[in-house]
Design a protein around this ligand. Sequence first.
Ligand code: SAM
Length: 172
Amino acid sequence: MSDIWIMRIGHRPQRDKRVTTHVALSSRALGAKGIFVDTEDPVLEENIRSVVGRFGGDYTIETGVPWKRKIAEFPGKVVHLTMYGQRVDEAIPKIPRDEDILIVVGAEKVPPEVYQRADFNVSVGNQPHSEIAALAIFLDRFTGGSELYSDRHGRMTVVPNERGKTVVDASR
Ligand code: SAM
């Protein structure tokens, strides 16, 4: 499968720190290659890199990335998640698998230019909810669930356990 990238727009470091952190962590867990965040936020970068350092994989984060230029120049398809878009189940079969995709998620009101530039405006239900929920459902459906338990070869590995916690720390 080609690469999946996230573009987070409207990030306000104080107000959105938890939500944007969870957008990044959820997308990493569900198979994305990395995230671009429009507002510079070194703390956010450090937090995400710390998780990658412990749990593995090659997920990347870049902040202070101007979203207009990123969506204009992205060499693949731009998928904008919005409650106003076409139904996710109808959109997914139309999205090419041989090109990278850039998934745009907002924080507040998303400017009209995003709707116009997007190759696909996709809704995950037509009710207002959350960028984390929308992204997770979209990614799980787009990847057919294949990424959930893929091995990231990290220092820390969680072994599924019906009761309690089993974590293998390769450094010990
Ligand atoms: N009210 C804002 C607007 O009109 O653009 C959206 C705010 S919402 C809290 C933040 C983001 O969550 C949106 O930009 C969108 O990416 C995502 N989102 C929320 N509900 C969604 C839905 N039903 N389907 C797809 N994405 C959704």
